[in-house]
Design a binder for this molecule. Structure first.
Ligand code: NAI
Ligand code: MG
Length: 363
């Protein structure tokens, strides 16, 4: 009997619904090929939530997510909602609460440059020839973004603003296990990022990561200060395999790593909780500049669906098939506008045509 997975489908705003439609078509094709059913329930989030239900994260959406095995998320936000109070805006009102409500503490962002796309990167061709593949693992529910106390106190020029960088041993341990388990299945190297020369939280971070590493003798551990890591990523990204970071360092370094690959439209992400529940979304936003034109690159959303197959559905072979199909269509020259370089052999396609090509390559 076919396995059934309940998926909360949250397309959101801008290009979200356009790229989501292609990811759903790819999942249907995967379901036929691998005998699985993806039972998707659509729900409003972000600006769509505000417009239809008065809230960026309506309770009906939370309930649908709670009744599902995974969340497939598009992107939220846009100029239409920018004048709302910050906490009611699409991103702050929906994304941060979703991470908290579902305990999504591990953010995995693979920054991959496919060999056929090296010309799209902001780095010199000789630095990235042959492509690279870095996995940034970012702690997502702790550290300076969440720890107390935080706030602004006092009056006028006497005011002080403050945040607290705090990590507990169990918080560090669980994200470290995620990093080492991921490294075991790839290049067998973890580079842990900290600022242990200045920050106490980083001293503890380094100590705990070093202790956990002893459980993974087959994986090589190195440590790097975050400022050096920012520099090394642009100098020689191929030296990295898995990069392990606390929340804020990971926020910054994962954006840097993403941009080295050329287009935000290519980069998926997974945010994982304990167990198999997770939320899967492209690294980019709602791209209001190209929304409604049907030209967005659906690959990030499709690869995010692939990560969902791997982590929430246990369908590793199907997930690999998606990665391979994407590599194949890129080698065949299919390019949406964001990755089109007008080189011989390239074919400029729209969102739906890219979806068609990937589905054809799956067969
Ligand atoms: P953005 O990622 O939406 O766009 C940046 C640039 O990348 C634009 O030129 C856009 O056209 C391009 N781009 C992004 N995804 C693409 C795709 N799939 N195909 C082709 N081109 C693509 O970031 P921006 O412009 O800073 O933000 C726009 C809105 O998105 C804002 O409201 C922002 O708050 C929101 N946002 C939402 C995120 C989320 O839902 N997770 C993440 C980042 C931004
Ligand atoms: Mg960020």
């Amino acid at each position: 009997m076919a396995k059934t997975f309940k998926i909360a489908v949250l397309p959101g705003d801008g290009i979200g619904p356009e790229v989501m439609a292609e990811a759903i078509r790819v999942l249907d094709a995967i379901g036929r090929k691998y005998d699985a059913v993806f039972d998707g329930t659509f729900a409003n989030v972000g600006g769509a939530g505000i417009d239809h239900e008065g809230k960026a994260l309506p309770q009906t959406t939370i309930d649908i997510c709670k009744a599902s095995d995974a969340i497939l998320f598009g992107s939220v936000g846009g100029p239409k909602w920018e004048s709302l109070p910050p906490d009611e805006q699409p991103e702050r009102g929906a994304l941060l609460p979703l991470r908290k409500i579902f305990g999504l503490y591990a953010n995995l962002r693979p920054a991959i440059i496919f060999p056929s796309l090296t010309g799209a990167s902001s780095l010199k061709e000789e630095v990235i020839s042959g492509g690279f593949n870095v996995l940034v693992i970012r702690e997502l529910t702790g550290g300076i973004y969440f720890a107390q106390p935080k706030g602004i106190e006092g009056q006028g020029r006497e005011r002080v603003g403050f945040d607290t960088m705090r990590y507990s041993v169990p918080e560090i341990e669980r994200i470290t296990h995620v990093a080492f388990q991921a490294a075991r299945k790839r290049g067998k190297k973890v580079c842990s990022i900290d600022k242990a020369n200045v920050l106490s939280s980083s001293v503890l971070w380094r100590e705990v990561v070093t202790a956990i590493a002893k459980e993974y003798p087959d994986v090589e551990l190195s440590h790097m200060y975050v400022d050096n890591a920012a520099m090394q990523l642009v100098r020689w990204p191929k030296q990295f395999d898995v990069i392990l970071c606390e929340n804020m360092f990971g926020d910054i370094l994962s954006d840097e790593a993403a941009m080295l690959t050329g287009s935000l439209g290519m980069l998926p992400s997974a945010s994982l909780a304990e167990g198999t529940f997770g939320m899967y979304e492209p690294s980019g936003g709602s791209a209001p500049d190209i929304a409604g034109q049907g030209i967005a690159n659906p690959i990030a959303q499709i690869l995010s669906a692939g990560m969902m197959l791997k982590f929430s559905c246990g369908m590793v072979e199907a997930a690999d098939a998606i990665d391979t199909a994407v590599a194949t269509v890129l080698e065949q020259g299919y390019r949406t506008r964001d990755i089109f370089q007008n080189k011989p052999g390239e074919k400029l396609v729209n969102t739906k045509e890219m979806g068609d090509a990937i589905i054809a390559a799956l067969k």
